[in-house]
Design a binder for this molecule. Sequence first.
Ligand code: NDP
Length: 498
Amino acid sequence: MTLGPWGLFIDGTFRPAVSGRTFQIENPKNGSTIAEVAEGATEDIEIAIIAAERAFPVWSALTGAERADIMHCAAEVLRRRLPDLVSLEVDQIGRPRREMAAQLARLPEWFAYFGAVARTHEDTVPPFAGNYLNYTRRVPLGVVGHVTPWNHPLLILTKKVAPSLASGNTMVVKPSELAPVTPLLLGEILKEAGVPDGVYNVVPGFGGTAGLALSSHPRVRKIDLTGGTETGKAVASIAGRNLVKVAAELGGKAAVIAFPDNDIDRTVAATLFASFIAAGQTCVQGARLLVHRSIHDEVVAELIRRTGEIRLGDPQLEATQMGPLVSKKQRDLVETYIRIGQEEGATLAFGGSRPEEVAFADGYYLLPTIFTDVKPDMRIAQEEIFGPVVCVMPFDTEEEAIAIANGTEFGLATSIWTRDVARAHRVAHRLQSGIVWINDHHRIDPASPWGGFKMSGIGRENGLVAYEEYTQIQNIIVNLSDAVFDWYADDDQPKRYS
Ligand code: NDP
């Protein structure tokens, strides 16, 4: 069944693109079309920005508590609509139902958390200075632009929408061309919750047209992009010309560091979870397993055995543990890296090919893949593959593990696996990594800042810092004295102005 055609969501209603053009959304499990969506471009972005500008005075004038009430309502409506959203996300991107259900069930927490921030974090008042009252206000930016990827269509969008709403901004979203349906549906949900028309607008389309028009628009006050590092650089430089704020959540090459006191089963379970969830298509995927040489061979043997048990299948079925990759283009890219790895001399210890079952023939399936004998400077150990491929590398000392973990241009996330508390913190403090998990991986929370060092990005999602990054500070200095301050008078008053 094909859904749609879905319009652009502008000013609280679905409408066709000015050009009348549409594009199709494909189900990666079999290449069928699941939806037809209006294709927005420059003129549509302009219309959406005008709608968001009109809505800004109304939305920003509400008190934080009033916005919080609407956001709590949004959390409730979202909870009610979860079954539909889960099914649609599975169809759009091919991630197994069990993963999407677990991920989307947490989305209401973002609206609840940032609603609470809106209620409690309005103005801050530093101490008096002499006969002065000196205080600051956090003022919303205006119209902000969100450009989002396909791999977690709703989660990543929610991480941007919730703090934008809480701080009083209005917004225009350019979702991934591969997964625009659930971001459009979020428009309906927010409207039902009481978000005024024009506050949240969605213009599906392509990066080079709609994405570029949004990122380069002089009246957009912040661009918040999640995507690849090259896209991040391009968008940041375009937006920089208008001196607008930029947040960029970009690529990664996360390491899973397993010290020898970590038992074999836990190391293997950690790696499977870190490396293969979402068929490895996450920015914090455990792309590199750094394992102490004393347990390396045992870990590899067990990792191969357990990887062979991962159940590939139809992502809509509860039993499926790994679905297809999101698109033909993505699978081609991952297969190219698998060839590169072999040419570089790494050992293909498991996978590396498509599953043979006929049922998978029309989808973009790929077996989970393990490379051993990987050297830290190989391309497969340096570049983001964004697929179900893990590169195993042994290390001998803590120092060496840290050097390998830090030895890429990325710096998004790392997990450390050890029972030694002192070692865990010591290593964490030396990692060039915006997120460090100790004996865990992939955990995310609306209150915990999320973002990368180095080429993994700038700015942070989640937590108070995300709310603050969606505001600008206004400082108000009040002279409480009634005395006349006359700079030019020849009297004996102290002449200070700073
Ligand atoms: P892309 O960089 O290809 O695209 C991201 C978004 O940017 C899409 O909406 C895309 O449009 C748009 N876009 C592309 N080019 C431009 C342009 N010139 N101007 C404006 N917008 C543009 O990333 P993917 O969608 O392939 O997502 C995967 C990437 O995202 C990986 O590198 C991954 O690491 C990263 N990521 C980072 C996360 C983090 O938290 N740090 C989380 C999740 C993913 P279109 O859809 O048409 O391509």
